[in-house]
Ligand binder design. Structure first.
Ligand code: NAD
Length: 497
């Protein structure tokens, strides 16, 4: 059956292991309280699923979602969702099997390049209480070195000059907040669901900086009345493959042009700081916490352990010719490398969280990485490294330098990335690099060879402090030479105990 509202009932009529959960609430009788920018795989497997549970089991009808796409590529999502009454399937996969769930919480979709005004008006609408974001790390125009907004970026410059036809997220947020202010409404909560330490605080700082450049008075209102909860988000969500579409049709009888495949695990720890109300997220398993400090601890654990391990598998893994994360986990030495990096180089830096057993957390991560059924692609995990390495790997390296602790495996990951930037693996095969800083990175990688200093001179990524640390430069240089001479797989045994 083609996935549409009309076909939901035949889709749900199958029994046994191929039973499909469908939304049974009345999708015509909801308000869109959330506008979400960046409807990719992760949003559809995470926030939209939590909201679907609120609608399905708790009759929370004020919180349906209007999806927004800002980028030209989002036209594909617009078209698929429009043809399916904005329904899609979440396929949960693990050793226990596959479970399919049709999600109905995304009620409509606006494609900004078609109609920018419609997006601003929607965010400014009194029914909208939250604007949530998964716009990737690069969508924040955040300079890692100065911790300031990259205000010279052409998108930001464009938006400062064109209030009513913005291109960046901040341009849209600003324009909509200006209208809400003029209309006497409260500012909506801006809820970042991207993988960044202090994602809420960074969003606040970037938006306030943008607003100050346009209208200091509005910036003041946003600072005083606005809310930007910090949040830790977690659910591994690979890109959808043609096989996923085919098996959904064959196994479950659903013709869905763009389902989402994910793992059973999901977690969201969010600070309870909302300016215009919120749904009772705790009813569906979200950890809503009062203390920003709590969120930061969870974020830190997740970014430094889960995401750093992902980087450890992605860059050296790509060089070694692996295609999927679980394949790396199947290799005993590589597996040990990842485990020992977590245990010996990252864990000692992390705070204790009451109620969290960090060793158990690491073991669960190894198990999740090993899940062969979700087929998590290395190129997906690797993309946009310039937004990831400074968040996931560099803070642990910097802290180990301060305490003169061990960091050879972390350096090996960084060296792996520096090699990866060249776009050729250890067997001589070329691969694509998807990174907004690609040209600059490649020019400096070429200039440096096995000398990491030209790449380390990119201040927005590495700041100023590390470049002169001899121990760090020596370790990184020898890791680069080792990869060059022997290749990743021959080098790895030298890095495990
Ligand atoms: P995706 O490629 O499926 O979707 C990305 C979405 O972000 C698209 O809608 C795209 O248009 C939008 N986007 C990209 N750059 C943008 C920009 N500069 N401004 C505005 N919108 C922009 O990716 P995904 O898997 O959904 O992941 C998105 C983000 O979610 C990640 O970068 C990460 O921060 C977070 N996340 C992902 C996972 C995961 O496992 N996939 C897990 C936790 C967190």
């Amino acid at each position: 059956f083609k996935l549409t509202s009309k076909n939901l009932s035949p889709i749900s009529s199958q029994q046994g292991e191929h039973r499909v959960e469908i939304p049974t609430y009345n999708r015509d009788d909801v308000k869109e309280g959330i506008v979400h920018v960046g409807v990719g795989g992760f949003h559809r497997a995470h926030l939209a699923v939590y909201v679907d549970k609120l609608l399905q089991h708790h009759n929370e009808r004020d919180w349906a979602i209007c999806g927004v796409g800002l980028r030209p590529n989002d036209a594909a999502m617009r078209d698929v969702l429009a043809a399916q009454d904005h329904l899609y399937t979440v396929i949960e996969r693990s050793a226990k099997g596959s479970f399919a769930n049709v999600v109905g919480s995304i009620n409509s979709f606006l494609f900004a390049p078609d109609d920018r005004e419609a997006v601003i008006a929607k965010m400014a609408h009194p029914d909208t209480h939250i604007v949530s974001l998964t716009i990737t790390e690069s969508g924040y125009y955040y300079n890692e070195n100065t911790h300031q907004l990259t205000s010279e970026h052409p998108d930001i410059q464009h938006d400062l000059a064109n209030e009513n036809s913005p291109v960046s997220t901040f341009g849209f947020l600003y324009a909509a907040l200006a209208r809400r202010h003029a209309a006497g409404l409260k500012p909506f909560t801006v809820l970042s669901c991207d993988n960044m330490q202090k994602n809420g605080s960074i969003t606040r700082h970037m938006l306030e900086s943008f607003a100050r450049l346009r209208n200091p008075e509005l910036a003041k209102w946003i600072a005083e009345e606005g809310a930007f909860p910090n949040a830790m988000v977690d659910r591994i969500t690979p890109s959808t493959s043609p096989n996923d579409i085919k098996s959904l049709s064959e196994d479950f009888g659903i013709d869905d042009e763009w389902p989402v495949v994910t793992e059973p695990f999901m977690q969201w720890v969010v600070e309870d700081k909302f300016s215009d109300g919120r749904p009772p997220f705790e009813k569906v398993g979200v950890q809503v916490v009062n203390n920003v400090h709590d969120v930061e601890q969870f974020e830190k654990h997740k970014l430094r352990l889960l995401n750093a391990s992902h980087s450890a598998m992605a860059y050296p893994g790509q060089l070694a010719g692996f295609k999927y994360i679980h394949e790396v986990m199947e290799h005993p030495v590589y597996r040990k490398f990842v485990w020992q990096m977590m245990q010996e180089e990252v864990k000692p830096l992390l705070p204790d969280i009451p109620g969290v057993n960090i060793d158990q957390y690491c073991e669960t991560l190894m198990e999740r990485f090993s899940n062969p059924t979700i087929m998590d692609q290395i190129p997906r995990v690797a993309l946009n490294a310039s937004g990831k390495i400074p968040q996931f790997i560099m803070p642990s390296i910097a802290e180990q330098i301060w305490v003169t602790g061990p960091f050879k495996r972390l350096c090996f990951v960084l060296a792996g990335w520096f090699h990866y930037i060249r776009g050729v693996d250890n067997a001589g095969n070329a691969f694509e690099i998807d990174d907004p800083m690609r040209e600059q990175l490649q020019a400096l990688a070429k200039q440096g060879g096995n000398d990491p200093r030209p790449l380390l001179s990119i201040k927005v990524l590495f700041g100023d402090d590390l470049r002169n640390d001899k121990r760090f430069i020596d370790e990184l240089t020898s890791a680069m030479e080792l990869i060059d001479k022997e290749g990743v797989m021959a080098a790895l045994p030298k890095l495990v105990n």
